[in-house]
Design a protein around this ligand. Structure first.
Ligand code: ATP
Ligand code: MG
Length: 230
């Protein structure tokens, strides 16, 4: 099933009187359950595209359909509901809430969706167990290592069972070992849970997880070859 369909997307930014056309008649198609990379040099528009897909930012023209929702037609309230129901984000800086424990941070998306506190707690515990943090439920973000914070971020993104996860340089902040651990974890969870995942990254090792690799170039998305195993 189609998870994302974009046609003729144009996105410009204006800085003083200058206009920057970042995305220029871009097309994109992504299926349910795919891992899809978006690569390309710094400043080319990767985060811009990801933010558009998550209805965090608007666009000039074109058709953008994500999880069956046409984003161009949504007002602010519609965008909020779309994000709460359909999309999860994983960021480089995991943006955990500093005054809440790991368990509370992971419970929040469930509470927002109206799950009862007891059930939210139980599901959040299950997800923290899956990311290997069984003994860190009560730790606050300041008491977690970089790799552990990243795993809490992943648990929080996945706990609500969304079909589409948007990840912007999820390992960007980690050393090689932690980065490999997180990649392995994301890959296992994706196999297990079957969500669609967009990976924005400069990291070739991370990009190698993708079923389909793509690059932004001259405002458009173009496919990159995926190395065949063996
Ligand atoms: N709010 C904004 N207003 C004006 N210009 C912006 C804004 N946000 C981004 N840009 C410009 O748009 C271009 C694309 O930015 P974007 O953040 O999408 O790049 P990126 O591909 O994610 O780069 P990086 O790999 O460095 O994260 C850049 O040239 C940037 O300067
Ligand atoms: Mg970026």
């Amino acid at each position: 099933m189609s998870l994302i369909k974009i046609r003729d997307l144009v996105k410009t930014y204006h800085v003083l009187e200058k206009e920057f056309k970042i995305l220029d008649r871009l097309d994109m198609d992504m299926e349910d359950g795919e891992i899809f990379s978006i690569e390309g040099k710094s400043g080319i528009g990767k985060s811009t595209l990801l933010n558009l897909l998550g209805a965090m930012d608007g666009f000039d023209s074109g058709e953008v359909e994500v999880c069956g929702v046409s984003l161009g037609k949504l007002d602010e309230k519609g965008k909020e509901a779309f994000r709460a129901e359909k999309i999860a984000f994983i960021f480089q800086h995991h943006l955990l809430l500093p005054d809440f424990s790991a368990l509370e941070n992971v419970s929040i998306p469930l509470l927002i969706r109206g799950v009862s506190p007891g059930k939210a707690r139980e599901e959040a515990m299950g997800m923290l167990d899956k990311v290997g943090l069984k003994d860190r439920y009560e730790s606050f973000p300041s008491q977690l290592s970089g790799g552990e914070s990243a795993r809490v971020g992943v648990a929080r993104a996945l706990v609500a069972g969304k079909r589409l996860i948007l990840a912007d340089e999820p390992t960007g902040n980690l050393d090689r070992e932690n980065s490999r651990n997180l990649m392995g974890l994301i890959q296992d969870l994706q196999k297990d849970l079957g969500f669609g995942l967009i990976l924005v990254t400069h990291d070739m090792e991370l990009a190698a997880l993708a079923h389909r690799r793509n690059q932004i170039y001259q405002g458009k998305l173009r496919p990159l070859p995926v190395p065949q195993p063996g």
